[in-house]
Write a protein that binds this ligand. Structure first.
Ligand SMILES: Nc1ncnc2c1ncn2[C@@H]1O[C@H](COP(=O)(O)OP(=O)(O)OP(=O)(O)O)[C@@H](O)[C@H]1O
Length: 267
């Protein structure tokens, strides 16, 4: 994969992106004038109060939702067969009637990759995340953490230009979440995929992100973008660094004010 130095053009470019929903009570601006570039190989985390438009922005990026105004583009790669994006949602979006390996190979099957090649690629990903011996299990036979690992490697096996993740670890218990955070760090450091990652967890955003975007309460605007200048490779131990606490504290100061504002608006 090309690195930032070899192609300085942004991988994702958002210019004055606005999303207005028509609701029974009139227009509702969910995302307002969002302007941001994401570099190739960057891990961008987005945090903000509930309802501030994080998922709406991600859905627009994924092409699942139209942009009301502004421009939102993902720069294609050199191989036209490579999908522009793959999305990982909080809910395990895997097919219950397919085995683990068939799930991971699904995107490649849709792209017409031969059975042999797609099973090889899927097997490689299962090996990397310790799921090899569950390849022939069905989703109901594995735990929630394993299902979400399957969702993540299914998206990666597809080798998208950008990986879009909407609160992917949100449904997991605290311990499983930590294990998957470490796994995501390791995988990202190996692949350097361009990632947009939505989370309610400030710790997760600071741990994983190169930058953290803080959005305002509705209408969702960019309040602040934080460069997380903490060296990689990172691990759960990174959370013990003084710098980590400083970032978390600074972002929380502003986020907590927005959360309060959002709650007041809802009353
Ligand atoms: N299809 C829709 N029609 C009308 N309003 C919508 C629609 N989808 C989302 N909204 C509204 O847009 C706003 C932003 O929603 P969105 O789901 O993007 O927020 P969010 O920041 O991801 O929230 P959360 O953190 O709770 O997941 C909310 O007020 C939501 O109710």
């Amino acid at each position: 994969m090309a690195d930032v130095a070899s192609n300085p053009a942004p991988k994702i470019s958002a210019r004055n992106v606005t999303k207005v929903y028509e609701t029974a009570s009139g227009h509702m601006t969910a995302v307002d004038d969002f302007t941001l570039d994401v570099a190739e190989g960057e891990f961008l985390a987005i945090v903000g109060p509930s309802g501030c438009g994080k998922s709406t922005f991600l859905r627009m990026l994924a092409g699942l939702e139209d942009v009301s105004s502004g421009q939102l583009t993902i720069r294609p790669g050199t191989d036209p067969k490579t999908p522009l994006n793959s999305v990982v949602f909080q809910e395990y979006a895997i097919f219950p009637w397919k085995t683990v390996i068939q799930n991971v190979a699904f995107g490649l099957q849709m792209r017409g990759v031969s059975e042999r090649e797609r099973l090889d690629v899927a097997q490689g990903w299962l090996d990397r995340v310790g799921l090899a011996k569950f390849a022939d299990h069905y989703p109901h036979q594995i735990s929630g953490g394993m299902k979400q690992r399957v969702s993540i490697v299914r998206a990666l096996a597809n080798d998208p230009e950008v990986l879009l993740m909407d609160e992917p670890l949100g449904a997991l218990d605290a311990q499983t979440r930590v294990v998957l955070q470490e796994e995501l760090l390791r995988i990202w450091e190996e692949t350097r995929k361009t990632v947009v990652y939505i989370t309610h967890s400030l710790e997760e955003a600071v741990l994983l992100g190169d930058r953290v975007v803080l959005m305002s309460a509705q209408p969702g605007r960019i309040l602040e973008v934080y460069d997380i200048d903490i060296p990689r490779p990172r691990s759960i131990e990174t959370m013990n660094l003084p710098a980590f606490a400083l970032y978390r504290g600074a972002i929380w100061d502003r986020l907590s004010a927005e959360v309060t504002r959002a709650m007041e608006m809802q009353q």
